[in-house]
Design a protein around this ligand. Structure first.
Ligand code: COA
Ligand code: AMP
Length: 641
């Protein structure tokens, strides 16, 4: 029997009692004055007055309790053919030594450090070392290009950059150092120091006075017996900033606090993921995304679990059996990944034949998030793996699941296409444009009644106004998720689409507005639009349209090639921006709004209606012809006039 409904009711009846009970599992240097203080902030602050340290709770606490020999982190890297296990004691030692190095370089509580690293243990060590001394880290995903990194340097104003010389993608080495150098060149703000981890596949050239060799610095600290102690911070102090796509090229700096974050993640590890201390948890994501922050680094370590850090892909490293190898070899109990990873595996091994090569007897649950879990993929995973497959829904902003099927409280029936039900802490409502609740079965904007639970963003970095504008102003008293969907008669949620211009490409969140800004900067482009189109593997892919300036003498092919290169150069390969089409005109309303939604429907062969406000209906026919020529269905048969 699931205790979900009782647990949810107990939270509803006494939210502060619920979270203060959950907070007992965390070590506090000083307890809180108030569980929730609504006087401080638009969204309230959790555990005000409390003093704590996140790294202490992730590491020292377990070592002091006698679990120093337990595996904390297992690094498994098929791309470098390396495996390495760190016990809690070893990880603590490495983290304290790196924290001492950061201290020696002048970093102290409240300073920022940007981490630009691939999936290697030092990335997690860097995050924890910052947390140990109260330095606010901001991890930037390695697939972002120099310009995106520069935007984040400009906003976070880091005192130091922590980076590796390179990342490894199948078939190529990605040099990180030149990207960091270029980003620092582009930025007005200049960090004082760069700590560079030299990987053997690509040595970075160093700039005298600014760049320091990571391995030498850590070895020096260790040789001198230097270790940094934990610096107590306020529960409400920021632990990290994680930039995520907004509606413009300027990403949003989502802030995470220390106290509430620990309470929420620790609670979720048991209640949602069903994990006990010593269990092996694997989030096959990247430390550059929120899933990596919450469930590769902080969540599993807070809960005393063993976390897998995997530098590889679901396919091609070396084959579609990679996930099963890791699960069997490290006795993984639960895997968390994005549906796109399973679509990739299914594409290459449709019968799941490779699964039979491995002993998966320790594996008992698969969690999916990051994009909608399409029912055929869920069904395939259920059939082939014979374990519960749990879709759950969350966002960078929330840091943990808004809706899930809580394994630790006992699963409730799965409904394909639904991430199941709201978790304690989240009072989820579906609203119409005027902010009124709509009945079950009716699609609307999904909002969460304030206050948000512990762990969710208290604000955007140094931009409280943008925080209020983006999330709180449209529906007063609610947090706007910018997702649209509906609930059914059993309060199951169905998340169907974004209400803004964010698209989801292979589980990566991207702004089409940001891509349009890049295209618009091309000297021959007069106007442009970027839309998301359905893709069997990645869920969505961006597709660009550009209208050329009058008198442009270069060929459409040349401009299209330029545009693809420009987006890769400015945003990065992660944008997966491969197609742009030169067209004569963009379809618009009479007030000049580009009809992106209709264009997406045309490309996806979905039924669409001629918008009543369209300026010139003939333009949609031109678009249809252009996309059909490129292999997009653009089926006019779907059209309802
Ligand atoms: N550093 C540099 N480049 C990177 C990178 C990194 N850390 N991560 C990805 N890239 C590059 C890829 O090499 C690729 O480049 P290409 O255009 O030259 O081929 C591009 O960015 C797009 O990468 P990706 O979206 O990962 O596509 P892919 O074709 O390489 O792999 C999947 C497809 C489905 C296997 C892959 O997307 C995947 O494993 N997804 C899991 C989703 C996930 O982890 N989501 C996180 C949220 S839970
Ligand atoms: P990110 O902030 O990168 O985690 O992306 C968050 C967005 O991804 C959400 O707002 C949704 O649009 C989408 N998303 C994440 N998980 C799910 C899910 N389980 N079902 C549907 N959409 C999801």
């Amino acid at each position: 029997m699931s205790t979900y409904h009782d647990t949810y009711s107990s939270w509803r009846n006494d939210p502060e009692g619920f979270w203060s009970e959950a907070a007992k599992s965390i070590h506090w240097d000083r307890p809180w004055d108030k569980v929730l203080d609504v006087s401080t902030h638009a969204n309230g602050s959790w555990f005000t007055g409390a003093v704590c340290n996140t790294a202490y709770n992730c590491l020292d606490r377990h070592v002091i309790a006698g679990h120093g020999d337990r595996a904390a982190l297992i690094y498994d890297s098929p791309v470098t053919d390396t495996k390495k296990t760190y016990s809690y004691s070893e990880l603590l030692d490495d983290v304290s030594a790196l924290a001492a190095v950061l201290h020696a370089q002048g970093l102290s509580a409240g300073d920022r450090a940007i981490i630009y690293m691939p999936m290697i243990p030092e990335a997690a060590i860097a995050m924890l070392a910052c947390a140990r001394i109260g330095v606010i880290h901001s991890v930037v995903f390695g697939g972002f290009a120099a310009h995106e990194l520069a935007t984040r340097i400009e906003d976070a104003k880091p005192k130091a950059m922590l980076l590796a010389s390179c990342g490894i993608e199948p078939g190529r080495v990605v040099a990180y150092k030149p990207l960091v150098d270029e980003a620092i060149d582009q930025s007005q703000h200049k960090p004082d120091a760069c700590l560079v981890l030299q990987r053997p596949m690509e040595a970075a050239s160093m700039i005298d006075g600014r760049d320091h060799d990571w391995a030498d610095a850590v070895a020096g600290a260790k040789a001198e017996g230097k270790r940094a102690d934990c610096v107590p911070v306020a529960a409400t102090d920021p632990l990290y900033i994680l930039y995520t796509s907004g509606t413009t090229g300027q990403p949003k700096g989502v802030v995470r606090d220390n106290g509430g974050h620990m309470v929420a993640l620790n609670w979720s590890m048991k209640a949602i993921y069903g994990m006990d201390p010593g269990d092996v948890f694997w989030a096959a994501s990247d430390v550059g995304w929120v899933v990596g922050h919450s469930y590769i680094v902080y969540g599993p370590l807070l809960a005393g679990c063993t976390s897998i850090l995997y530098e590889g892909k679901p396919v091609s490293t070396p084959d579609a059996g990679a996930f099963w190898r890791v699960i069997s070899e490290h006795k993984v109990k639960a895997l968390f990944t994005a549906p796109t990873a399973f679509r990739a595996i299914k594409q290459q091994d449709p019968d799941g034949a490779l699964i039979n090569d491995y002993d998966l007897s320790h594996f008992n649950m698969l969690f999916l998030a990051g994009e909608r879990a399409d029912p055929p993929t869920v069904q395939w995973a259920e059939d082939k793996l014979q374990v519960p497959v749990i879709d759950h829904w969350w966002q960078t902003e929330t840091g943990w699941a808004i809706a899930a099927n809580p394994a630790g409280l006992g699963l409730i029936p799965v409904k394909h296409g639904s991430p199941t039900v709201a978790m304690p802490g989240y009072d989820v409502r579906v609203l119409d444009d005027a902010g009124h609740e709509v009945p079950a079965g009716t699609t609307g904007s999904i909002a969460v009644k304030l206050p948000l639970p512990p762990g969710c963003l208290p604000t955007l970095w140094e931009n409280e106004n943008r925080f209020k504008d983006a999330y709180l102003s449209e529906f007063p008293g609610y947090y706007k998720t910018a997702d649209a969907g509906y609930t059914d008669e059993d309060d199951y949620l169905f998340i169907m689409a974004r209400t803004d211009d964010i698209i989801n490409v292979a589980g990566h969140r991207l702004s089409t507005g940001g891509m349009e800004e890049v295209l618009a900067a091309h000297p021959d482009v007069a106007e442009c639009a970027v839309i998301g189109v359905a893709d069997d593997l990645k869920g969505q892919l961006p597709l660009g349209f550009v209208v050329l300036k009058a008198g442009c003498e270069r060929s459409a092919d040349d401009i299209e090639r330029d545009c693809v290169a420009l987006v890769r150069q400015e945003i990065g390969p992660v944008a997966a921006f491969k197609t742009v089409i030169v067209i004569k005109r963009l379809p618009k309303t009479r007030s000049g709004k580009i009809l992106r939604g209709t264009m997406s429907k045309v490309c996806d062969s979905e039924a669409w209606k001629m918008p009543a406000t369209i300026d010139d209906p003939a333009i949609l026919d031109e678009v249809t012809a252009a996309v059909q020529e490129r292999g997009y269905a653009g089926a006019a048969s779907g059209r309802k006039v």
